[in-house]
Design a protein around this ligand. Structure first.
Ligand SMILES: Cc1ncc(COP(=O)(O)O)c(C=O)c1O
Length: 445
């Protein structure tokens, strides 16, 4: 029995899978905050290159991957699908646990799958610099790498709590040539506004997005790049699920349960969406999205139009949201601290095609340790949410085939492991009041 199911470079997918035409209902359009009307491509063109805008609104089921992108993917793709025999043994489960190992990319996560694509299309359209935000630093390092591959400059606004918790991620980005600023910063009106209200703000992805969007909108030859949430980002990530399908076929398996952690939804969608189309055609697959209880967007948020950022610069999108002003506590899974989620994913949760669960960080780290001590690889705190769910599901002993997305390694998260091992890790109580207050600030439509 093989432990790793490997594909050759020739088997890297040649097309991304676009779920839009297969969704059970039409995706509500993004809305312009000033007019209250659906936005058009011209509204997005100041901050995104046209090819990505086309992908954002495309209803084509398959979108061809340019050769230059496939060449760059070859640095680390296809990624292995592992059978977690040692974890199975430790759990004494009769289920089969597989994980798709996206941690083998140079940045250590799934994020380069879209960073490479985004940098490529920006380069093709003559853009010179990309501005972006990063939570845990995984996205920032991925776009820094991708910008280097395609000869672009890169400016990253890094959520302050992560900037302080993860100095080595910052150095990684700088090593690949990016400029990194802690967010909120004094460099943008958005950052100055937040600092004026709270000089000690830990920052959030929503705030950092405001800063990066403002930077792109106010500078020539600069475009903005987002590491999650948008349709085109989820599209690029589908290489994960498409490869997994082939690998499961090679193993003679059909998945019963698919699991992924959710920050904005991209790694989850990347694994799950190519299987969602099978589920919509009648295949019996459970698909589970996992989030932190400290930021329970899918499990406790409301499904409504809200801003993607904190300050209110982005279009309004229909999604589960905790309110764009919600600043989640500084848990170690920095990449899961986002008030909203991808509209495509939210629509599928609303239609009950996808289930959602939330876990506090202590049991998540307990699962991370069990995984590290059985399978050997140290997971990112974000990824560990998926592992916790996979372990809980495996303990049910249903003889299932389960696959989770191993979205990233935790080599730069040693401070978090140190906190856990020395008993200092805290579980943050979900504050009903905080959420209620933030939900009241959602614009009414
Ligand atoms: C390793 C890892 N997994 C998951 C996520 C969550 O993002 P998404 O939901 O877009 O996959 C992040 C975000 O930074 C991450 O770094």
């Amino acid at each position: 029995m093989e432990t790793k199911i490997l594909l050759s470079e020739k088997e890297i997918p040649t097309h991304w899978y676009n779920i839009t035409p297969d969704l059970p209902e039409q995706l509500p359009p993004p809305i312009h905050p000033a007019t209250g009307k659906p936005i058009g491509p011209e509204d997005l063109s100041p901050i995104f290159p046209m090819e990505l805008i086309k992908q954002e609104v495309s209803t084509e089921k398959w979108i061809e991957i340019p050769d230059e992108i496939i060449d760059a993917y070859k640095i680390y793709r296809p990624t292995p699908l592992h059978r977690a025999y040692r974890l199975e043994k430790a759990l004494k489960t009769n289920s089969r646990i597989y994980f798709k190992n996206e941690s083998v990319s140079p940045a250590g996560s799934h994020k380069p799958n879209t960073a490479i694509a985004q940098a490529y299309y920006n380069m093709k359209e003559g853009v010179k610099r990309i501005s972006t935000e990063t939570g845990a630093g995984q996205w920032g390092s991925s776009i820094a790498l991708a910008c280097k591959i395609f000869g672009l400059q890169c400016t990253v606004y890094m959520v302050r709590v992560s900037y302080e918790q993860k100095p080595y991620r910052k150095i990684l980005m700088q090593t690949w040539g990016a400029e990194v600023h802690p967010s909120p910063s004094n460099l943008t009106n958005s950052g100055r506004k937040i600092l004026g209200e709270n000089p000690d703000s830990p920052g959030s992805l929503g705030i950092a997005i405001s800063e990066a969007v403002e930077d792109a909108a106010t500078h020539e030859n600069t475009k903005y790049s987002l590491g999650s949430v948008l349709n085109h980002v989820l599209l690029h990530q589908t290489v994960i699920g498409l490869e997994t399908k082939k690998q499961l076929e090679l193993a003679g398996e059909k998945p019963d349960v698919l699991i992924g952690c959710v920050g904005g939804g991209s790694n989850f969608a990347g694994l799950a969406f190519p299987f969602v189309s099978d589920k919509l055609k009648g295949k019996d697959i459970r698909i589970i999205a996992v989030e932190p209880t400290a930021c329970p967007t899918l499990t406790k948020g409301v499904y409504t139009y809200d801003f993607g950022d904190t300050v209110g610069l982005t279009p309004l999108v229909k999604m589960y949201t905790l309110g764009h002003t919600f600043v989640p506590p500084g848990i170690h899974a920095g990449g899961l601290r986002y008030h909203g989620d991808a509209p495509q994913l939210c629509l599928l949760v609303k239609n009950k095609v996808i289930e959602a669960v939330a876990y506090p960080q202590k049991p998540v780290f307990e699962s991370a340790l069990l995984f590290a001590r059985t399978e050997g690889i140290i997971p990112a705190p974000e990824t560990s949410h998926a592992i916790k769910c996979a372990i809980d599901e495996a303990r049910k002993n249903r003889g299932n085939c389960m696959v989770f997305n191993f979205s990233g390694h935790g080599h730069f998260d040693m401070a978090a492991y140190d906190n856990y091992l020395s008993g200092k890790l805290e579980d943050f109580e979900y504050s009903e009041n905080m959420i209620k207050e933030a939900i009241e600030k959602i614009p009414k439509f």
